[in-house]
Each structure stands twice: as C-alpha cells, then as structure tokens.
Ligand binder design. Structure first.
Ligand code: ACO
Length: 429
C-alpha cells in the first residue's frame, strides 16, 4: 500500500513520510511518526484533511458527486435493493445470497420486541422532550438489559448485539413518538417487512386495523437506503471514537444518535422543513431568505445546502428530488413546500455566493418533504435519519473493532493559554 514518500522540511530537519494510496487512487500522508521524529503535530480543526482510518465500507468522491457502498453505486442500490439487503451488504461487504437474506430478515424480525421494563423508562421523560434525546437515552439503556455485550465479547455476541440494535431501534423510535402523543405502544408485527412494521408501530392503534400503504413503505425503505452510510461523518466518527475507548456497541451508537441530532448534521432535515414553512407562512420571501443566508452577520444558513465533502451535487439529493415528485404523484397529492424548495435551489444554483463556494443541496434538502408526505411528524425526521444510518454505524464500529491499526482516539492540541504562574490566595485577588 505504501509506494511513495512525501518530504517535509521543518527548521533544518528534513524527514520522509510514507504515502498511502486508496483503492480509488486517493492519497494520504502517513504522519504517524511525525511527532516522534520532529516534535511537531498537525493542526486540522474539524479534521477536514485528516484520514482517521482505512475502511472497506463506503467510497465517496465529493468533487465528482459519487457515492458507493462496498463498490455498488447508490443509484443502483436505491433502485434495486432493500434496506435490509443494504444493511447486510454494509456489514459483510458482499450482497447476500437468497438464503442469507432470508435468514437475516428472520433474525431481525424475531428480535424486534423490547423488554417490558425498558418501556417504563419512557414514562419518566417529558412528553415534549425531543425524540432524538429520548432515543439516545433508551438505546444507551440497552447496555443495562444486555450486560453480556462488551467491546471484547466473542464475535458471535457482537453480531447478536448488532442484530438486536437493527431490530429494536425501530421499536424504540416508534415508541418515542407514541410516548410524545400519549398513545399506547404497539407491539411489532412479525408478518410485516422492516419498513411496514415501522409504519405500523408508528401509526396503528389497538382500536382498529391499520393498513400499511405499500407506496409509503417503499418510499420509506428508499430513504433508509440513502442514509445507510456516509463514511467518516460526524456521527459515524463519534461512534468509532466512543468505541475506541472500548465502550460497547449500544453506548457507542447512543453517542452517534446524539451527534446526529445537531442542526449542522442530521438535524438539518427538521430545520429545512421549518425554513420552508416560514417562507410559506410569509415570514419572508424565498429571495429575501436567500439574501439573509448570504449575510454572515444574520447567523442564518440555507439549511440542507452545503457539505463538508460534496463540492458537487450530492447524489442522494438528486435521487430524493425525483423521489419527492414520484411519491407526491403516487399518493395523489401535492405540497407547496416542494415548489418553495425548488425555487430556493434555482436561486442558489445561479447565485455567485453559492456557486463560488460550491454549495449544492445535500441529503437533507428534499428528504423532509417526503417524510412529511408519508405522515412522519417533523420532530421525528432526524430519528428516521438515525434509523437509516444505523447499519452504517454498526458496520463502522465492527470494522474499527477488527482494525489492526486501532488505537484510542485522542487528538492533541496547541495550547494557547496562560504560561506558568503562581497561585494567588483568595484575599489577594
Ligand atoms: N448557507 C450559507 N452559507 C453557507 C452554507 C449554507 N448552507 N454552507 C456553507 N456556507 C458558506 C460558509 O459561510 C463559508 O463561507 P466563507 O468561506 O465565506 O466563510 C463557506 O460556505 C464554507 O462553509 P463551512 O461552514 O466552512 O463548510 P463546512 O464544510 O465546515 O460545513 C456544513 C459544512 C456544516 C454542512 C455547512 O455547509 C452547513 O452549515 N450547511 C447547512 C446545514 C446542513 O444542511 N447540514 C447538513 C449537512 S449533510 C449531513 O450532515 C447529513
């Protein structure tokens, strides 16, 4: 993997550092020996130029707008695959055989119930609490119900923990919604597929039959596929970082849920809809909003736009924009928010501010319009993102576990505070 070296001159010292090449030709300077050889560290706030691991899961090229899971283009998976098949792919790096897929679907289906005692935890949380906070807490609490799951458990037990998470987090998510509206929790149904069961647990009540609309279930499955992994983003890096201290899988994923919640990350899908609604309500026009988004002093950003890695169209946003039209048409409905979103997008794509900074719609720009059409409440948008991202978090955590380069994640810093000084007694301050 190492073929070239990079030369670095610092003071009167010159050192050579190995250069690593990835499968798609990406290059990285291996600086692991830098501090030992020179005393210097690298400085990279936000880690924008830092490779934290070698990974075989997801490849993305932000300049070209390419996203592939284990080599398979996201466009093909979106069209032909299912979420559980994609989850298997991410965890095993190959598409499953028919038998493997059947067994995997069965395993997930038969682990969907949660311990009755776990349900009581919801009662202690305020109904108006954000469901992301509720989900992070309940997923963290799974560690207390499965105390055998440790970082260094045998592989089979780590795999069972992965199955439990994949199976139970939809139940936990749906219950966070039911809790917020004061409705009874619905037991999972083993005769339904993953997305249909999720919709059933969200929207069914014990009083009457709830029929899952297959159009809605398929649209939800597509959304989950598109969110399934995105290499070393903020929440995934969090999952790896927490796992690096040898915390168990439940604790690590709970931290990932918290990281995803922020409005600069997964929380942006909720913020996009709130932004579109504020324009629809006449708070300001699309044009006025765009002026505000360009004004640094306003503190306003065009939510759902821009990306740390994509400096071109986010391929997921392209798929979602088309899916918005398809879903609304198949449901026989329309949404003025889609028109507002398209207006904002066309203004941005022609505006020097956005063009120069290479700001394009990201995955969150159109996803909320679909969630809304499917009847998912706004507060739950980011929870659905978390459900989609779950197999990615698990696959990345498992990959970290088996990585021969793994170490506890512990960045350094440049200290710029006070130099050494003597303690001043209270009466002399
Ligand atoms: N609206 C207005 N200006 C923006 C936006 C935006 N949405 N995004 C970036 N910019 C501007 C910045 O002000 C900055 O301008 P400057 O160079 O004149 O200072 C420049 O573009 C670069 O932005 P950074 O914040 O430095 O880029 P970074 O890579 O750190 O941030 C991020 C990426 C957080 C996604 C940013 O684009 C953003 O805040 N977008 C809105 C929130 C959002 O949609 N988040 C979801 C991202 S996708 C995901 O996590 C699932």
């Amino acid at each position: 993997m190492t073929s070239e070296t990079a030369k670095l001159t610092i003071g009167d010292q010159e050192i050579e550092l190995p250069v690593l090449k990835g499968a798609e030709g990406e290059i990285a300077i291996d600086i692991r020996a830098l501090r030992a050889q020179t005393g210097a560290i690298t400085f990279d706030p936000g880690y924008a130029n830092t490779g934290s691991c070698r990974s075989t899961i997801t490849f993305l090229d932000g300049e070209k707008g390419i996203l592939r899971y284990c080599g398979y283009p996201i466009e093909q998976l979106a069209e032909k695959s299912t979420f559980l098949e994609v989850a298997w792919l991410l965890m095993n790096r190959e598409l499953p055989s028919a038998n493997q897929l059947e067994q995997w679907e069965n395993e997930i289906t038969y682990h969907t119930m949660v311990h009755e005692d776990l349900k009581r935890l919801y009662a202690s949380m305020p109904k108006e609490g954000h469901p992301m906070a509720v989900c992070a807490a309940i997923v963290g609490a799974l560690s207390t119900f499965y105390q055998d799951v440790k970082f260094d458990s045998p592989e089979i037990e780590r795999r069972i923990a992965a199955v439990r998470l994949m199976a139970k987090v939809p139940t936990i998510a749906a219950y966070s919604f039911k809790h917020s509206i004061g409705q009874p929790f619905m037991y999972p149904r083993n005769d339904l597929n993953y997305a249909s069961n999720l919709l059933h647990m969200m929207f069914a009540t014990p009083c009457e039959e709830y029929e899952v609309d297959p159009v809605i279930a398929r649209a939800l499955d597509l959304l989950l596929i598109l969110h399934a992994d995105h290499e070393q983003n903020c929440s995934t890096s969090t999952v790896r970082m927490v796992g690096s201290s040898q915390a168990n899988l439940f604790a690590s994923v709970s931290a990932g849920i918290s990281a995803l919640w922020g409005p600069l990350h997964g929380g942006a899908n909720q913020k996009v809809i709130e932004m579109l609604i504020s324009i629809q309500d006449g708070e300001r026009s699309a044009k006025q909003f765009m002026e505000l988004a360009k004004d640094k002093d306003s503190g306003v950003r065009l939510m759902g736009f821009g990306h740390r890695v994509y400096k071109n169209h986010d391929p997921r946003a392209r798929i979602l924009k088309q899916a918005c039209h398809d879903v609304l048409q198949r449901l026989g409905t329309s949404d003025p928010l889609l028109e507002i979103a398209q207006e904002l997008e066309s203004i941005a794509l022609e505006d020097d501010y956005f063009v120069e900074r290479k700001l394009y719609p990201n995955v969150d720009f159109y996803s909320g319009i679909i969630y809304k059409a499917l009847g998912i409440p706004t507060d739950m948008f980011t929870v659905f993102f978390a459900l989609g991202r779950l197999p990615g978090w698990i696959a990345q955590w498992l990959e970290f576990h088996g990585d021969e380069d793994k170490k506890i994640c512990r960045p350094r810093q440049i200290y710029i505070g006070a130099n050494e000084r003597d303690y001043v007694p209270l009466e002399k301050r």
